[in-house]
Design a protein. Structure first.
Length: 124
């Protein structure tokens, strides 16, 4: 009775399936949401995350983080964000002066809310 039963493997397979589905889902939803987003003046956002590449980054990040007992977690987070930033873009539909001017008039409220949304705390 001390061995690994079939139910243990079923639970491991279920967790692995949920992890893989979550990675695929997040990459797909990000691409759809960004590609459907437009700004005033005809500007649009573009996201081209490859699902297999995102899966590779997620799996290798988990392996490296576990192997180093969590010491490489910051590296893994930067690696993930680096890939996302490199595959996300703003395609301007004209001059960006109107957006920059509107953001300047709005003041720090918009930037403060964005920083809250992104999880950045400046402690001011």
């Amino acid at each position: 009775m001390g061995g690994v039963s079939l139910w243990h493997w079923v639970v491991v397979a279920a967790y692995l399936s949920v992890f893989l589905a979550g990675v695929f889902y997040r990459a797909g939803v990000r691409n759809v949401a960004f590609n459907a987003t437009g700004l005033d003046g005809g500007h649009r956002l573009v996201s081209r995350l490859g699902r297999s590449r995102v899966l590779w980054i997620a799996v290798s990040n988990v392996v490296v983080t576990v192997a180093t007992l969590g010491l490489m977690r910051p590296w893994a987070a930067v690696r993930t964000w680096d890939y996302m930033v490199r595959h996300t873009a703003l395609v301007p539909g004209g001059p960006l002066d109107a957006i920059v001017g509107a953001a300047g008039e709005a003041g720090n409220v918009a930037s403060a809310e964005y920083l809250d949304l992104a999880g950045v705390d400046l402690g001011l």
